[in-house]
Write a protein that binds this ligand. Sequence first.
Ligand SMILES: Cc1ncc(COP(=O)(O)O)c(C=O)c1O
Length: 443
Amino acid sequence: MNEGDAATYDNDVIGLAADLWPHTARFEPDGEISVGGLRLSAVAARYGTPSFILDEADVRHRCRAYASALPDAETAYAGEAFLCRAMAQWIDEEGLSLDVCSAGEIAVARAVAFPAGRMILHGNAKAPADLDAAFGYGVGRIVIDGTTEIARLAALAPRRQRVLVRVTPGVDAHAHWAVAAGTEDQKFGLLLNSCAAADAVGRVLTRPELDLVGLHCHLGSQLTELSAYEIATRRLLGLMATVRERHGVVLAEVSLGGGHATPNETGEECDLGSFAGRIRRVIADECVSLRLPVPHLVIEPGRAIVNQAMVTLYRVLGVKHGAAGRALVAVDGGMSDNRWPELYGASYSVHPVRASRARPVLTTVVGRHCQAGDVLAADVPLPADLRPGDLVAVAGTGAFNHAVASNYDMVGRPPVIAVRDGTARPLIRRETSEDLLARDIGL
Ligand SMILES: Cc1ncc(COP(=O)(O)O)c(C=O)c1O
């Protein structure tokens, strides 16, 4: 956000924080917010609310930031954060690979002919349909997440399948428990400590149908502790050295998963330059001391590519003053399009779309759903003159928001509208009551 522009308004005390909003977010001369060269009121007038507004330039910018910070590594966008055909095409055009974790995600990638060789299938419990889809499209790599998968994959693979073994390195990166994936007491991967990972490697190597290319780990999400990545890297390389000793096989690839934190109201981001420098160094040092060749490095950011690129646009439906005079602003979406404040206490930057000279008051923005916990943002400074009909925008809603949106209260999921250079294009249309009834067979 252009800070100079913000300062020309009395409401600059609630001005946009640059790192929380899409790159192209601006204040127009009259103080209204625009994204991708379009006023948000114009997007709302055309496509309605609530809507997810996706800044294409922001997505591309972040893809390029990874490519330039880690030119020798492979960056695979974790599609589970947000995927649709257009997103898959942008990821392809930017030269990234693509993580998928279901038949549905493979279908989306396949619909735009995303190169199968650059796709990686994940999942701690891959359904038969997921494997059918992966084998049917020729997905390049499949990450084995449990011993029982080995025989299953070997039996089903129509051709020699490249695989990685997902290792649980026993690293606590201090993520929220629900997104901590590197610690031992959670569902993902094969334990390094108990030798389950080493055993799995041994078993995979006995299956001629499987081509073991490397090891994978994913430590969790919203991580800022680079030391956690360093420890995990050392442990994975240590296992690679063991594999070479035991089996005479030098694994060529190490994947460190995703998890790079994006900034929010309460937390810092994971600094990509520092991440790149420290991981490169630890790999180089460790490979010298273990006498291993430097492996091909894969990283899998999801949130860090798409989260800041999206804002959710809501219309205010009601304003109340609750206990202790607390301002309550109710909008036309809520926990059906953003579950994270309720689930994890996530906090967001909220901003009125029009300029206001009214003094800011601490306001709680609530959703329209039938639960008291349907709160989008508590105690955020919003102008005292917000009224029904006004638009508010919530920033940093690109990752895991549309992806986990629901039809709670039989409310259709919002559309995703891409904006770029002054034009808007719907990528996913609004879900209608007819869509909901189409699944409801009745008596
Ligand atoms: C295996 C794997 N890789 C990458 C990611 C992306 O994580 P993030 O969006 O936090 O970068 C996930 C998400 O949970 C994942 O499970």
